[in-house]
Design a protein around this ligand. Structure first.
Ligand code: DP6
Length: 344
């Protein structure tokens, strides 16, 4: 009989308060707290099967990656990290796919590392459903902590709804906790793609450069206040308070990135024109739609689901909008065990 396939689907997440800069890179300790919304359809699906082989086999979107491949390195490093944590040397066949273009500013490393962590551990410990992890003495919070070691933002993808990553006073004390469940507030995220190219400077390198920006320390000094204001706006489902906070946060993060050494421009005039257009149209039409960007050129428009048609209609009037991807707040990852004869 063929070995079972463990299939994990983990959503991406979009940060309203950004994780930007690390207090300790090797421990993946963030410089500040962050707050995100877990998505639903923008996700990674990773299938893992135990196999007898000298090394793991990793496929991303059908392409076989080796250890020295730029995309493969991060994945193999994370599998090796998990193997050392759990003293495992069982080799795995791993197949992963994203529902969106890799490296396009939709956090593929967030969903990818979360799905990888869940599926690898499920295969090693024969776990059939997410709820069964505690039987292997693994809590969701530990899975989030393990995922964050692969990519910081991945830790937040272990929970649905609105998720807070608390820096704590030491690396050992950081925690990733759900702030509000997904049914608390039905928000949507429509991503307007200006480029699906890989970024020229990876976010890990750019995180490192944050400390060289003259804007970084003042930013850190104001984070707690912004976090509290965002939590209050979320609690009251107040888009007119949350939206401006989110936009200021995005522009501030990009200000840090642009004023760091090396300075990085993750977006160009096309994105900048679009942001100005969104602000004008919002004022003119009174549609409460607000933008945020990750470390990339693509724009995430955040709004309440009742405005979805209005936002799509608005976008249809923008001359240069290419591909758009609409998603909504989601309930978190899913794990399935497939007793497959023919799979993989
Ligand atoms: C801009 O999680 O990709 O998306 O920990 O180095 O893998 P690494 O960084 P990553 O950084 C994401 C930064 C961000 C903001 C955020 O998601 O909070």
């Amino acid at each position: 009989m063929r070995p079972a396939v463990y299939q994990a689907t983990a959503p991406s997440n979009i940060a309203f308060l950004k994780y930007w800069g690390k207090a300790d890179e090797s421990l993946q300790w963030p410089a500040n707290d962050s707050l995100s919304m877990t998505l639903s359809g923008l996700c990674s699906t990773t299938e893992v099967q135990i196999m007898a082989a000298p090394d793991h086999e990793v496929y991303l979107s059908g392409q076989l990656l080796n250890r020295s491949h730029s995309k493969g390195r991060k994945i193999f490093n994370h599998i090796d990290f998990l193997a050392s944590q759990f003293k495992q040397d069982t080799k795995l066949k791993i197949q992963s796919q994203n529902s969106f273009p890799t490296g396009c500013g939709i956090a593929s490393s967030a969903s990818g590392m979360a799905a990888l962590t869940i599926a690898v551990l499920a295969a090693w410990f024969n776990i059939e459903k997410l709820e069964d992890f505690p039987s292997a003495s693994l809590s969701l919070s530990q899975l989030a902590q393990l995922s964050r070691m692969g990519s910081g933002s991945a830790g937040r993808s272990l929970y649905g709804g609105f998720v807070r990553w608390q820096k704590g006073t030491s690396a050992a004390e950081q925690s990733i906790v759900p702030a509000f469940a997904h049914h608390h507030w039905s928000l949507m995220d429509t991503v307007v793609l200006f480029s699906s190219q890989e970024k020229s400077v990876g976010s890990t390198e750019a995180h490192r450069a944050a400390w060289t920006s003259p804007l970084f320390k003042p930013r850190l000094a104001g984070i707690e206040d912004r976090l509290q204001q965002m939590l209050s706006a979320l609690a009251h489902k107040d888009m007119k308070r949350l939206g401006p906070l989110m936009e200021t946060e995005t522009l501030e993060m990009h200000g840090v990135i642009m004023s760091a050494k090396p300075a990085v421009f993750y977006f160009d005039q096309k994105t900048a024109d679009f942001l100005a257009w969104v602000r004008h149209r919002r004022q003119e039409r009174g549609i409460p739609v607000y933008f945020t960007l990750d470390a990339g050129p693509n724009v995430h428009l955040i709004y309440e689901s009742e405005y979805h048609k209005d936002v799509l209609n608005l976008l249809s009037q923008y001359p240069e909008v290419g591909e758009i991807l609409s998603d909504e707040i989601g309930s978190g990852p899913v794990l399935k065990k497939i007793e497959s004869e023919a799979k993989l």
